[in-house]
Design a protein around this ligand. Structure first.
Ligand code: NAD
Length: 297
């Protein structure tokens, strides 16, 4: 099938590559020429704008950083909405349900169906095709892209209401953010008290405190001090703030998640919003005066 793909960053580059490798004709665009060149070298077709992508394919996917950028790419001048061939816009980005519904309505006026299909599982999951894909939108249209989405990851149909997949994704991501932040506080405390963080990982992973932070982020990225998880703290803060506004609109108290947002904001303020999500531990380490690293044996 011909598939357009816009946004070839940490996640999109892998997802587009997997679609090329699965034999699809993939037409790609990014504001970074280098990103286009890398995937074109694997067999994708380069386009010069979102509109040009949407002139060439009935299905256009996107993996873009923020809700405003998705809105512009989908519905702005030279955007997907102006494409001659496009029938469905599959948004793999995390935009929140409010923006998903807004884009759904704007595109529907041009007979283009918006399907939200945010993903979870990180860059490693995108590379291996193991991310969870949380699709929502009209069932027949989602079914038309289900085989392609199964190339990207593990497919879940969340429902026909636009934005439902986005709500699902945000409910997941706040748990991941909370685990990362709370594991940071836990490990800085343990290390300052004299514990070996590698022992902490082993014990916690055999105990009730385990999570993706203790199973993967801390042993593979934090303790070796590589801080290359591949997801920025700025994007996680965006997700947590989207969750907070959706929860508040529903009248749900979110005091614990607001504390998580405050720590993410502190990391973004001190290290820049492009810092890795795992670097959220650094402001805590700075104040505690210790670093979570394996002791020199
Ligand atoms: P990224 O910043 O690495 O990639 C975004 C890409 O979009 C970049 O290549 C950038 O050049 C491109 N871009 C920006 N503006 C553009 C425009 N106007 N037109 C075309 N291209 C444009 O981000 P990412 O980490 O790949 O995340 C993408 C989306 O997936 C985000 O919504 C994020 O929240 C979500 N997500 C990320 C992860 C992760 O672990 N990185 C996991 C799950 C979901």
């Amino acid at each position: 099938m011909d598939i357009g793909f816009i946004g070839l960053g940490n996640m999109g580059s892998h997802m587009a590559r997997r679609l090329v490798e699965a034999g699809h004709k993939v037409i790609v665009y990014d504001v970074r020429q280098e990103a286009i060149g890398n995937i074109a070298a694997l067999g994708a077709v380069a386009a010069r704008s979102p509109r040009e992508v949407a002139d060439a394919a009935e299905t256009v996917m996107a993996s873009l950083p923020t809700p405003d950028i998705v809105l512009k790419v989908a519905t702005g001048p030279d955007g997907v909405i102006e494409g001659k061939r496009v029938r469905r816009f599959v948004d793999l980005s995390t935009t929140g349900s409010v923006m998903a519904q807004r884009i759904f309505k704007l595109l529907a006026a041009k007979n283009i169906v918006q399907i939200d299909a945010p993903v979870s599982g990180g860059v490693r999951g995108a590379a291996k095709g193991t991310v969870a894909v949380m699709a929502s939108g009209p069932r027949a249209e989602v079914e038309a892209v289900e085989p392609a989405l199964k190339v990207i990851g593990k497919f879940f149909y969340i429902g026909d209401r636009p934005g439902a997949g986005q709500t699902m994704k945000l409910c997941n991501n706040v748990l991941s953010a909370a685990a990362t932040v709370s594991t940071s506080e836990s490990f800085v405390t343990g290390v300052k008290a004299g514990l070996d963080p590698r022992v902490m990982v082993d014990v916690i992973n055999a105990s009730s405190g385990r999570s993706t932070a203790t199973e993967q982020k801390f042993p593979e990225v934090v303790i070796p001090r590589s801080f290359n998880q591949g997801f920025t703290a700025g994007l996680m803060l965006k997700d947590v703030n989207l969750f907070i506004s959706e929860a508040k609109a529903l009248g749900v108290p979110v005091d614990a998640i607001e504390a998580v947002a405050a720590l993410l904001k502190l990391a973004c303020d001190e290290l820049g919003s492009q810092c890795d999500i795992t670097e959220v531990i650094k402001p805590i380490e700075k104040r505690a005066g210790v670093e979570v690293r394996a002791p020199a044996s």
